[in-house]
Design a protein around this ligand. Sequence first.
Ligand code: TTP
Ligand code: MG
Ligand code: MG
Length: 441
Amino acid sequence: MHRAQQVLGQRGCGRGADTGKLVGGAAEVERKIIHVDMDAFFAAIEQRDDPSLRSKPVVVGGDPDSRGVVAAASYEARAYGIHSAMPSSQARRRCPQVVFVRPNHETYREVSTQVMALLREYTPVIEPLSVDEAFLDVTSSVGLFGSARRIGEQIRGRIRETLQLTASVGIAPNKFLAKLASEGAKPDGLLEVKPEEVLTFLAALPVERIWGVGETRAAKLRRLGFTTIGQLQQCPAEELVAQFGKQGEELYKLARGFDESAVQPGRERKSVSHEETFAEDTNDMVFLGAILLQLSEQVGRRLRAQELKGCTITLKLRYADFRTITRSKTLPQPTDSDKQIYESARALLAAVGLGGRKVRLLGVGVSNFDVGEQLRLLAEDSAEASAVERAVDEVRERFGPQSVRRARLVDGGTAEEGRRQRVEPDSDGPQRKAVQDGNNQ
Ligand code: TTP
Ligand code: MG
Ligand code: MG
């Protein structure tokens, strides 16, 4: 028996309580997990929709002159070392001819929905992980569709044909390996890691690729002489436990490609959030309040569009010195109301007490979703407010996001006004930074 399988056997991978993959209570049935991730997602959509951008280095993101950051870089741009989360100004230095495109989040969300709908045709056991990727457990689908590889190929083919986009696919016996496999397949590829290939596949990868190994732990691992996962595979479990405590056990398992976490279909969305970085740091409470209102409206609109309500409202605040704090408040009942979200966020901001310190970024999020109970719990007046908000959403859907604005945002002392002083008028907001699509864990 191969060593990986031995380890998996010894360590009780076949426990299967949450995977339900035990047959006759005996041997573990090998799972077939697929991870699909779209290539250069935002940038690829822009290149698809504007042929003049094809084959060019393209960055979707914020203005290089206003502290914007790169959300997505086309593979042509990556050849210059440009990547997500890099300041746009740095991207321009690396490649002066790079074309900057402002994000069109509505479009990305639409395409994301199309991708997820397509994936769902192959299995109901699907866990979307972010706007452009998902895990699929196709163990029970292979009878119907051939093999996991066949399913992966079909998915790639259909994404290409119906959406004119490319996706990379990883196939493996678990989520950890499937995600690593899709990364290894990028761009526009498919990689299957069979059980007998697991140790070799992992051996060459750097320790940072192990789930949960961030900068600090990677540095410690390197100090101990572990640079690659292969080197880690040589280390006895006891030694890792001695160095890292309980997490040492996890390292031991993951280095051998052992991960029994199940694909969880119920976990699609953990939170819906929006954030904004300002062109200039500010402690102007009127401006910050107006930004909070606008962020709350954006979050509320997305919640209602997805028929979600959440109990926990989170305020994110980044000071001028980049120190970032979050403060949360949990309501007795789930909400999707702009007003309730705004009032909670506002109270959280007041409780923080800036004390004159300047702020660089504000974010508002709603999490802790409850989809079942909410209607019963709605009081009459909030039901009314909710009807108004839904009607506003409908108008915005048809006539664009700027068509209905609250008086507060149109009249004096407003976000618009604050912004006019701070940003250039010719775009939809160069101060807007790359914002992950609200799928924060
Ligand atoms: P990713 O899947 O991480 O990246 P990608 O699709 O652009 O490129 P690839 O997968 O081929 O490596 O993220 C998906 C989208 O999420 C990305 O197109 C833009 C957005 N995003 C951000 O806005 N900020 C970020 O820091 C990251 C990593 C992604
Ligand atoms: Mg991607
Ligand atoms: Mg992704």
